[in-house]
Write a protein that binds this ligand. Structure first.
Ligand code: GTQ
Length: 358
């Protein structure tokens, strides 16, 4: 008897066995083990870019098709091309651009998902979080912690109002995986304002903390990190400090009560690449979404034989999947905002990253 003919009856027996256990909602591990526990991450997630000049006309067109009130949130979702139809930019993160027109209101609700806003275009809209409003300017980083009431509006500033667009980043896929998604609508369109604008900033954003301090929560008590201040810090460091070969000048947004990230599930950074910067390659397990604030440059993103070069400019957005290698190059001085699920990787002891020589 040959080995091949030995094999046939054994395979037939196995297939028959699989059919019988299948009827009982079971399946053999040994057929899927290699896929379940791969030697390296094997997510369906690709590098991708959404260019502002292509996105902006559609976003404005959406403004004539539906009101913010009717849509609740008028957002064009960035879907990773490898996961169309799932509202995912990476397997663990959601991202999209939200538009609010003058005098519109996006009604108040709360949910267990945490949200971040990074202001991309326009000024003078506001977001209200737990009784306090903050006015949006381009480059501001605003957070909506889990289960806080929030609504958005657009009253303008200095007597003029314009369409305002921001990047929404949410941990929707993470919360869905844990079966922990809850949401409620407020009966009123907008929540009552109970604290003056700037209150949380005065309490928490000046290297001082209230002496009679409540127990720190999971999210930062600062809910707007204005661009003007973050940009000034980067400018000073770019003038006077050593430039990191991989990151340029990269800073993370911090919760002043804990020293940790601003939110428990999403980590956020702002980085400056000097003109002519040619960054060394780096890879990490936290798939990351970038929002370009200033400058023109390139993201070289590679994995094995696969190689993408994304040319970026202001207000473009791009995604770097887990464990793909990224090198950043700047034509002129660039500023990039980014967010990822890094705090979750750190909490579970899963973060891996490599700073490669070339
Ligand atoms: O602003 O509350 O892009 O609840 C998706 C879900 C924004 C928001 C999104 C949301 C919001």
């Amino acid at each position: 008897m040959t080995a091949a003919s030995d094999h046939a009856p054994q395979q037939a027996a196995r297939d028959d066995f699989y059919r019988r256990i299948d009827a009982k909602n079971m399946t053999p591990l040994w057929e899927v083990l290699h896929a379940l526990v791969p030697p390296e991450p094997t997510q369906s997630c690709e590098p991708a870019i959404w260019r502002w000049d292509e996105v902006k006309p559609y976003l404005l067109e959406s403004g004539s098709l539906i009101t913010a009130e009717e849509a609740v949130r008028r957002v064009l979702i960035f879907e990773n091309p490898a996961m169309r139809g799932e509202s995912l930019v990476t397997p663990s993160l959601y991202a999209g651009l939200q538009l609010i027109l003058p005098d519109e209101v996006a009604p108040s609700h709360r949910h267990t998902q945490s949200a971040l806003r990074f202001i991309v275009d326009g000024r003078g809209a506001y977001t209200a979080v737990d009784g306090e409003r903050t006015t949006m300017f381009p480059g501001d980083f605003i957070i909506t912690p889990s289960w806080t009431w929030h609504d958005h509006g657009n009253d303008g500033v200095d007597g003029s109002a314009e369409p305002v667009v921001w990047l929404d980043g949410l941990d929707i896929p993470i919360i869905r995986m844990f079966g922990a998604g809850f949401a409620e609508n407020l009966a009123e369109r907008s929540q009552a304002v109970s604290r003056p604008e700037g209150d949380s900033d005065a309490r928490f954003a000046h290297n001082l903390l209230p002496v009679r301090q409540l127990q720190p929560g999971k999210s930062s008590p600062i809910f707007n990190y204005p661009y003007a201040r973050s940009r000034e810090a980067l400018a000073q460091l770019a003038r006077n400090a050593a430039i990191d070969d991989w990151h340029g000048v990269k800073m993370r947004y911090v919760n002043p009560q804990t020293g940790g990230w601003a939110m428990p599930t999403m980590g956020t950074c702002l980085q400056l690449l000097p003109a002519g910067f040619a960054g060394k390659p780096h890879r990490s397990t936290d798939g990351t979404v970038y929002s370009v604030v200033e400058g023109q440059g390139r993201a070289l993103i590679t994995r094995g034989e696969q190689r993408r070069t994304l040319h970026f400019g202001p207000k473009d957005h791009f995604v770097v999947p887990s464990w793909w290698t990224l090198s950043l190059q700047a034509d002129d001085e660039c500023v990039l905002f980014s967010f990822s699920d890094r705090p979750v990787h750190e909490a579970f002891g899963l973060l891996r990253e490599e700073f490669l020589a070339a």
